[in-house]
Design a protein around this ligand. Structure first.
Ligand SMILES: C[S@@+](CC[C@H](N)C(=O)[O-])C[C@H]1O[C@@H](n2cnc3c(N)ncnc32)[C@H](O)[C@@H]1O
Length: 224
């Protein structure tokens, strides 16, 4: 079992560090800053909800739950509904997530949601309120059999290619392509050249956007 420890990033929000991999769960420049820029502003915020139907989000690597928490906040503030599925092979222990300072940073109004999300059992599928339903999938992505192509968004938040190169290869990305509906988007902080070439080969339209502070670019890939 790899050792995980809590650290503070430059915007004052916490993240987890795995020393053995020399890898953090989020950018050292700011965990909340990065998640807001990549997944919320350029992900959720870029999807039209004109149909009035719930938005379906699939997260690769639920981890600390930060992206789910910020997505819930967005849904509440914008009066929309999100159906969220998160896959995670190595759930974060209570001892660690209970020490993270996301509620302190985001607001005490979200404390109940944070605990509800972490307390929901793996394999569970539950509605929190009019804005959010969560499904927690405890599985290695390797073993996921993609179901219907009905997701509007994939948050692809694996560890980077240096630490986990297999997560950025064709077989994993093809699974994400299958999960998305036509015009659905895969969003990620990663902008590696080989990864973007893999996306194009699968049939995604690949768009480079400015990254969060400390990172030149991020990637949005649209299923044509
Ligand atoms: C960069 S961290 C991001 C975590 C999360 N999005 C967050 O905001 O805390 C990557 C996550 O992917 C998970 N992960 C790594 N390999 C995986 C795999 N093969 N299948 C499912 N989850 C995996 C890790 O355990 C970790 O939680």
């Amino acid at each position: 079992m790899v050792k995980r420890e809590l650290i503070l990033t430059n915007d004052g929000s916490s993240t987890i560090r795995i020393n053995d991999l020399n890898e953090n769960y989020h950018s050292g420049h700011g965990a909340i800053q990065e998640a807001m820029h990549v997944f919320i502003q350029n992900g959720l915020g870029s999807v039209s909800n004109s149909s009035g139907l719930p938005l379906r989000v699939f997260e690769m690597g639920l981890g600390t739950g930060l992206n789910a928490l910020l997505s819930y906040q967005y849904a509440k503030e914008n009066a929309i509904e999100i159906i969220y599925s998160g896959i995670e092979a190595y759930p974060v222990e209570k001892e660690l997530y209970s020490k993270m300072n996301y509620i302190e940073k985001i607001g005490v109004d979200y404390e109940d949601f944070f605990h509800w999300m972490h307390d929901l059992k793996w394999g569970g599928h539950e509605r929190y309120d009019d804005h959010f339903t969560l499904r927690k999938i405890h599985l290695d992505l390797e073993d996921l059999v993609p179901e219907l192509s009905n997701y509007d968004l994939v948050y692809y938040d694996a560890f980077g290619p240096r630490a986990q190169s297999e997560m950025w290869e064709m077989d994993k990305l093809e699974k994400m392509f299958s999960l998305l509906k036509t015009n659905g988007k895969l969003i990620t902080y990663c902008a590696q050249g080989q990864f973007k070439r893999n996306l194009k080969q699968i049939g995604f339209d690949v768009v480079a956007l400015p990254g969060p502070p400390g990172k030149r670019e991020m990637t949005v890939a649209i299923k044509l």
